[in-house]
Design a protein around this ligand. Structure first.
Ligand SMILES: [Zn+2]
Length: 269
């Protein structure tokens, strides 16, 4: 079950991952001062200078008990590419500029901090603490229908994780009621994911309106990947329904900051 941690740096956590340093940020607890990015904006180029974004990265990392110097934060491109992170990638996209862009990470290097950024898209954090393997993905609708969650599970297994031991937390993101989609969206999803899968997460209302449930889609993908249902937690929070708590692309349009989901491996493992 998800729960909120109050305090200077509020965040959401899943009790499934209680033995791992992790957290899903809100829009509060940082040092951004622009009206629309205040105050915990984790993305460059949204109105804050780079120093402010890095400071926010450090504040949030510290608040979950992780070392920001061992973190990375690459550009995201709605792909299904996943990077295996070792020590040589520590600091990339935060303290060192990089052109690398992708949407998922796995690691078994102690101390590694993984970070994905979202503002309506689906953040998913993964851990198999027995094997000492973690993962994180940014799953927008393209990543979701491309099954990036399943690809992440597979990559974690290559590093020694076991499907039956992997726990996953699907974080705050846009809810079905806020995510109305058009016919083009449905057609593209049917081509990419098949009609049967689409009929399960796209709701066709009597008035002709269509809504997509990305939380459910990602859960279905993780079940297909072989995860046990009891090892999948889904946040009830919606970024668009709660614009004072979260940044939402759909609600705030371009006048917004960006949140993050972070997970770190214990340096001692
Ligand atoms: Zn909503």
């Amino acid at each position: 079950m998800f729960y909120k941690v109050y305090g200077d740096v509020p965040k959401y956590r899943s009790d499934l991952l209680n033995d791992v340093a992790h957290g899903f940020s809100t829009r509060h607890g940082g040092v951004s001062t622009c009206e629309h990015t205040a105050s915990m904006n984790l993305a460059f180029g949204r109105g804050d200078d780079d120093e402010t974004v890095i400071k926010n990265f450090e504040i949030f990392a510290r608040s979950i008990g992780a070392d920001s110097k061992r973190g990375l934060m690459l550009n995201q491109i709605h792909s299904t590419e996943i990077l295996t992170v070792t020590e040589s990638e520590h600091g990339l996209g935060v303290y060192q500029k990089t052109e690398l862009a992708l949407d998922g990470y796995v690691s078994k290097t102690p101390g590694t901090l993984l970070c994905v950024r979202v503002a309506d898209c689906v953040p998913i954090l993964f851990a198999d603490t027995e094997a000492g393997v973690i993962g994180a993905v940014h799953s927008g609708w393209r990543g979701s229908i491309g099954k990036i969650g399943k690809l992440c599970v597979e990559r974690m297994c290559e590093l020694g994780a076991k499907r039956e031991s992997i726990r996953a937390a699907i974080g705050p993101c846009i809810c079905k009621d806020c995510y109305e989609v058009n016919e083009d969206f449905v057609e593209t999803c049917e081509i990419l994911g098949g009609k049967q899968l689409c009929s399960r997460f796209i709701e066709m209302a009597d008035d002709g309106r269509k809504r997509a449930d990305l939380k459910l889609l990602n859960k279905l993908v993780l079940l297909e990947a072989g995860l046990d249902e009891k090892n999948i937690d889904v946040s009830p929070s919606c970024t668009c329904c709660e614009p004072n708590e979260f940044f939402s692309h759909r609600y705030h349009k371009d006048k917004r900051g960006t949140m993050c989901a972070m997970i770190a491996l214990d340096p001692k493992i």
